[in-house]
Design a binder for this molecule. Sequence first.
Ligand SMILES: Cc1ncc(COP(=O)(O)O)c(C=O)c1O
Length: 371
Amino acid sequence: MSKKFIPVNNPVMDGNEKAYVLDCLESSWISSSGKYLDRFEEAFAEFCNVKYAVACSNGTAALHLALLALGLEPGDEVLIPDLTFIATANAVTYCGGTPVFVDIEPETWNIDPELIEGKISSRTKGIIVVHFRGHPADMDPILKVAGRHGLFVIEDAAQSHGAEYKGRMTGSLGNIGTFSFFGNKIVTAGEGGMIVTNDESCAKKMRLLKNQGMENVKRYWHPVVGFNYRLTNVAAAIGLAQLEKIASQIDGRTAVASWYQEYFQKVPGFRWQGDKESSNRVWFLFTLVVEKEIRSIRDGLIPYLLENGIDSRPVYYPLHSLPIFPERSGAQSYPVAEYISERGVNLPTWAGMTREDVVYIGDKIVDYLRR
Ligand SMILES: Cc1ncc(COP(=O)(O)O)c(C=O)c1O
């Protein structure tokens, strides 16, 4: 293996992270209350231009709390894109609901608004859109169809911190928006999540549920069964420091994505996520689609890149094909999700990478395909 190693992601901790965490340690405020939690929630609400932000333990918990606050019950159906991280589907399953898969748009790889209506049944309660890889889903037609059928809309914005749709922050357009602060995200707290909304009653419910269902004013009084989905002050300290410098993280990743595009524009046989004019996207990850790949990306290209010191990841399997949804496999076709899943590879994307790194990665991919 060559000495050079380029990880898929490398969180940059060059702001106030260390000072804020040290402050937590020195003051002993390391658990699930403290000033950094308050400041992080306030700053995040302001960033998204919403009334309420509720911090929680991770992006999956955020989705679970959002669905519970919107009243999802066993037997209900929720429409979600066929190509997303499993957490989007799992949160529906945790509530006893059924995720119903919708294929994605060929250009943006987001849930295809034109296919939504055909998937609505008498049991459908809502839609979870995922702003895939940082590209906003086409919210206007989605909100319109949801309004016509009385459905809620949750935005899974785990990958889209700072992305805008028609001048509004992703996460702020539906009933509730959810974010993840896992280590590879544009804003990270190590692990962590945030839920944003303008609905006061939803915000109150989510705060109650995330803290064991315990009433705020009446200690150890539990009107509902809740969860321990709390975030720590230490994680919030890291998250706040990260949020303070989000602009440089977004710019750094955008530069990397533009270098990939510049490189692969010159070589036939590749494509990547397209842009919609209505969107001011961010780049969570640059996913390259290798159109002429005849072997599996997972078996061929990814191990070859690793031998050359380049970490990469396959795209998710389409959800309908997973063993946890046996009844869904083969029942319908999801051609776009299948195509992107089979041929897509997630390449290193983080602020701090250089143009030389990108050219090195590009050269290795081209070498591999020539072999
Ligand atoms: C689209 C999407 N939804 C939800 C999650 C879950 O977030 P977490 O890992 O913080 O639970 C992720 C995390 O990668 C994600 O990418």
